[in-house]
Design a protein around this ligand. Structure first.
Ligand SMILES: Cc1cc2nc3c(=O)[nH]c(=O)nc-3n(C[C@H](O)[C@H](O)[C@H](O)COP(=O)(O)O)c2cc1C
Length: 188
């Protein structure tokens, strides 16, 4: 089966928005990538799934490095611009600078990094896997910056959200009851 973009059931996924920065044949670029996930602790690996036709795809394939900047909740416009225009046609970094967004030079890769992001990581390509109609670029983190804001942008149902209320843990009595039942079903 296919799972097309915008289909009611695929809209149930909750993701973050990775702002993927690169600097290659298309120059300095930034794209929005909701399919951005940490996939290993040791070593620290982050996977980003990028469409074959994107400037970012060509840039990463050529340079074997990229920046992952997790979009903060006050950066939704940055996400829409990065995701709405292609670096093949537009210099998005310069346009975004003119709009007031700030960038800084990465330490170990040639790309720019996003100031005020919820997380910044510089990655060296670890593995490139063609999966369906996207390429999953797995990057090994080679530089990680201190977190300044933890307020990450949430993407769900093609809309941006802020993290909401924290769901409290059940009371201790209930936790004990649950534990008792699970223990009864331990495999021997
Ligand atoms: C919120 C949002 C999330 C997106 N997530 C992805 C994604 O996970 N993978 C992908 O290939 N494109 C994704 N896109 C689309 C790309 O960002 C878009 O094609 C962009 O123009 C590519 O830029 P580039 O050609 O400069 O690399 C997303 C767009 C938006 C607005």
């Amino acid at each position: 089966m296919d799972l097309p973009w915008g289909e009611e059931r695929t809209k149930q996924f909750v993701t973050n928005v990775g702002l993927i920065t690169s600097n290659g044949p298309y120059g300095c670029d930034i794209m929005a990538c909701e399919w951005t996930h940490q996939v290993s602790y040791r070593p620290g690996l982050i996977a980003v799934c990028v469409n074959f036709g994107d400037a970012t795809h060509t840039n990463i394939a050529k340079t074997k490095e990229f920046g992952v900047n997790l979009c903060a909740s006050d950066q939704n416009v940055l996400s829409s611009i990065s995701g709405g225009y292609s670096g093949k046609i537009y210099n998005k970094i310069e346009a975004l600078k003119e709009l007031g967004f700030k960038f800084f030079k990465a330490k170990k890769i040639g790309a720019m990094m996003v100031e005020g992001a919820a997380m910044n990581a510089e990655c060296r390509l670890f593995k490139k896997i063609k999966l369906g109609d996207h390429t999953t670029f797995v990057g090994e983190v080679i530089e990680l910056y201190p977190v300044k804001t933890k307020d990450v942008l949430v993407y769900h149902g093609q809309k941006y959200w802020k993290t909401g209320e924290n769901i409290p843990k059940p009371l201790q009595d209930e936790l004990e009851r649950v534990k008792g039942i699970v223990e009864k079903h331990r495999r021997n």
